[in-house]
Design a protein around this ligand. Structure first.
Ligand code: ZN
Length: 461
């Protein structure tokens, strides 16, 4: 891509920075608008501001934000200077805002590394400009069906992005047959990460999402299964199968609300070692392995990533903990069956009494199609004897309530609410830990209602 001349670059950076400054002064996050303004002034500004920076892009359905945070934490803990697009604005203009504003006034990059969360469909728009060193794909599950038209379409979008970035090392989940197929017929180097079969099966294999063997079109069989379509897949016809992971989790020795202890082999020739991951749930073990693989893709020592995992912090809405008058609240953003089922596995696996808040909106930020609640395993949640109280809210509360009743939720313990402030008052009287499970825009409303009592951060901080 052609670089803009210095004058153009400086004008674009100035316009972008000024716009963001004004938006923040007036109390708005202003995540996409500065990027739109910056790109209007100079179409090629992204090449200029990312030149000289080593960039890691993270895409996929679930775990993008947490994986980005883990990679950034690993890099900064090892003393590297790193930019992270914290706001979660992961479309072209949001990424442009963060990159352009991070440059100096002449349009020169000021960071050594950048870790960028990128929407699946936006990947192909950004990679030609920013030429990432590594592209991490966390997994591909059915998500926001109305936006992408199914998981195979999302895969096509990402593949186009990969094809436009042949120099990037791919960091891929060995157990996801969908995203693993990105390694076929491309010149890119690949670093694989995975959980071995010792981790154990959690629920039914989702063959509908697994798709067909990309080589011969047959259905897969599984040697072992972890969750959704993740596991030891194999084609019985042509022999195409899961790659042996470079970064492998070989066992899980401890699981609790504050984290996991696992054994990990951080590289094909590395020694197995005990690793503490400061974030709970199996899906965060995947994110942790992905972050170690990303560090290897940058040709940095795995030790830098492994050591940092013990001090990783929950990001915005991803198992983020709040204190409400001495009681523990934990927020888990849920937006598709795979993520939601994994949240239920985590919560019910703790074996302690709890209450839960489920909120469902269907606004633009969430996807208008809420049919995914039909295939989500709410039965697992409502049949848990430790569940004491269930609060149900959001624009589509009634649909969700009906779904929960179908799953067997009792009328005595399930309560519909319409007012978030009133909900917070009720939560103050809760004796048990509370899990908050909203989708995206509902999470924003819930946070606003909670913030006077919990002092939560603004999302761009
Ligand atoms: Zn095959």
């Amino acid at each position: 891509m052609k670089k803009p001349n210095t004058l153009h670059a400086a004008a674009s950076v100035a316009a972008c920075k000024m716009t963001r400054f004004i938006l923040r002064k007036t109390g708005r996050g202003g995540t996409a608008i500065p990027g739109i303004v910056g790109l209007k002034v100079s179409r090629n500004i992204l090449s200029a501001v990312s030149s000289g920076m080593k960039i890691i892009v993270v895409t996929g359905t679930n775990g993008k934000t947490t994986t980005c945070n883990m990679i950034e934490h690993a890099l900064t803990s090892a003393g590297h200077d790193c930019l992270l697009n914290k706001s979660g604005a992961n479309l072209l203009h949001g990424i442009a805002s963060d990159l352009i504003c991070s440059a100096d006034w002449k349009g020169k990059a000021q960071h050594e590394y950048a870790v960028l969360e990128c929407d699946e469909a936006a990947l192909k728009q950004v990679v030609p400009y920013i030429r990432p060193k590594a592209i991490v794909v966390t997994n591909l599950f059915s998500d926001q069906v109305d936006r992408y038209g199914g998981v195979q379409n999302t895969l096509k979008e990402i593949r186009t992005g990969v094809e436009r970035s042949p120099g990037s090392v791919l960091v891929l989940n060995a157990e996801d047959p969908v995203s693993a197929s990105l390694a076929i017929d491309v010149p890119n180097k690949v670093v694989w990460y995975g959980l071995n079969e010792t981790v154990g099966t959690q629920g039914q294999v989702d063959l509908a999402d697994a798709g067909k063997c990309p080589k011969c079109g047959s259905d897969y069989t599984y040697d072992f299964h972890i969750y959704a379509q993740l596991g030891g897949f194999r084609c019985p016809q042509c022999g195409y199968k899961r790659h042996d992971p470079d970064v492998a989790v070989t066992s899980i020795t401890e699981k609790s609300a504050s984290g996991s202890v696992v054994h990990m082999r951080p590289g094909k020739k590395a020694e197995d070692q005990e690793v503490r991951i400061a974030l709970p749930a199996v899906y965060n073990i995947y994110n942790a392995a992905a972050s170690v693989a990303a560090i290897l893709a940058l040709k940095l020592p795995a030790k830098e990533a492994v050591d940092a995992l013990s001090t990783a912090r929950a990001s915005f809405g991803r198992l983020e903990a709040f204190d409400l008058q001495g009681n523990r609240l934990q927020m888990i953003l849920v937006k598709n069956p795979a993520g939601c089922n994994q949240a239920f596995t985590y919560i019910t696996g703790l074996g302690e009494d709890f209450s839960a808040v489920l909120c469902l909106n269907n606004r633009t930020g969430d996807g208008h199609d809420i049919s995914w609640i039909e295939t989500t395993d709410y039965e697992k949640l409502v049949s848990d004897p430790h569940l004491k109280k269930l609060y149900v809210g959001g624009d589509k509360a009634e649909d969700l309530y009906a779904r929960l009743q179908k799953a067997g939720a009792s009328e005595e313990t399930t309560e519909l609410f319409t007012d978030y402030k009133a909900l917070v008052e009720k939560l103050k009287e809760e004796q048990n830990p509370v899990f908050l499970l909203p989708n995206y825009t509902a999470m924003m409303e819930l946070r606003d209602a909670l913030s006077p009592d919990t002092g939560s951060r603004d999302f761009w901080e």
